[in-house]
Design a protein around this ligand. Sequence first.
Ligand code: 3Y8
Ligand code: NAP
Length: 251
Amino acid sequence: MKRVLLLGGTTEASALARLLAGAGVDAVFSYAGRTAAPVAQPLPMRVGGFGGASGLADWLRGAGISHVIDATHPFAARMSRNAHAACAALGLPLLALQRPAWQPGPGDDWQPVPDIAAAVAALPDRPARVFLAIGKQNLDPFAGLPHQWLLRLVDAPDSPPLPRAQMVIARGPFTVDGDRSLMAAHRITHLVAKNSGGAGASAKLQAARDLGVRVVMIDRPALPGCATVATPAEALDWLHLHQTAPALRGV
Ligand code: 3Y8
Ligand code: NAP
């Protein structure tokens, strides 16, 4: 019998969870426990790290998992590497559900950078008004810069993570109108974003285009190669193709 571990935390993971629940697939949805109150899922959930690749392998064995679907965010590189190592060690089928990277279009003013440090270096020397829409985990490298910051976080921090920072506490998905109003109200001159792809965070890019805001776009980290699909429906197809045992058909 198939038993699936779904590594979640993205819009596509939540959409796949609904498909799996609707198809009656035996699956467990996993969150890292990064936020105080993650969105509930229509599958049994587990929250928290596994304890590295070896901890994940032990968990997979103990839970009798037959298939792993990694639908984590493209910047959740450590989780993806651990899933790849654990599945290789156990010989378990692994599928990555990854949305395609965003591409600049007409009217976009993007400066692509390879990582957070390059994003810090890409901002102007003179004080600017920067919408730092990269969450909470990577803010420290920006601390020494002279800018006015607009931060959007999922949970309210105990103390302001940067000087001269205004904070919006919100969990996406976001809307173009909402992001355009937010950026206009704060007279934003620069937007720093991760190239996470998907529809859940792309509103700010359309808003930046409309407002003529320069976008510093952080490229994704390299991830280990494995079978990859771009939509939840394709992930369900993969699962049906990877039947562990031929389905017994009544005759
Ligand atoms: C804990 C689960 C769903 C999933 C929704 C998507 C869309 C909204 C856009 C901006 C960018 C950012 C951030 C973002 C988005 C979706 C998706 C996505 C970006 C939740 C969630 C968890 C997290 C973790 C959180 C990180 C942070 C990153 C905020 C839930 C809401 C900036 C990434 O406070 C913290 O420590 C937050 C940490 C990792 C990046 C960071 O480094 O700070 N996501 N986000 C998951 C877990 O515990 O396993 O709380 O319900 C999920 C979603 N966040 O089901 O609809 O699919 O991408 N998440 C980025 O893309 O740049 C916000 O503000 O414009
Ligand atoms: P990460 O840096 O790749 O992972 C760090 C550690 O967190 C992992 O080694 C693992 O701990 C644990 N972990 C991560 N995802 C997990 C999951 N789904 N279930 C159980 N444990 C998990 O990951 P991250 O960037 O902090 O992202 C954490 C979560 O937020 C993921 O679910 C991701 O999909 C979601 N998210 C991240 C971003 C982002 O910008 N990074 C954006 C949107 C959503 P152990 O080593 O102890 O197993």
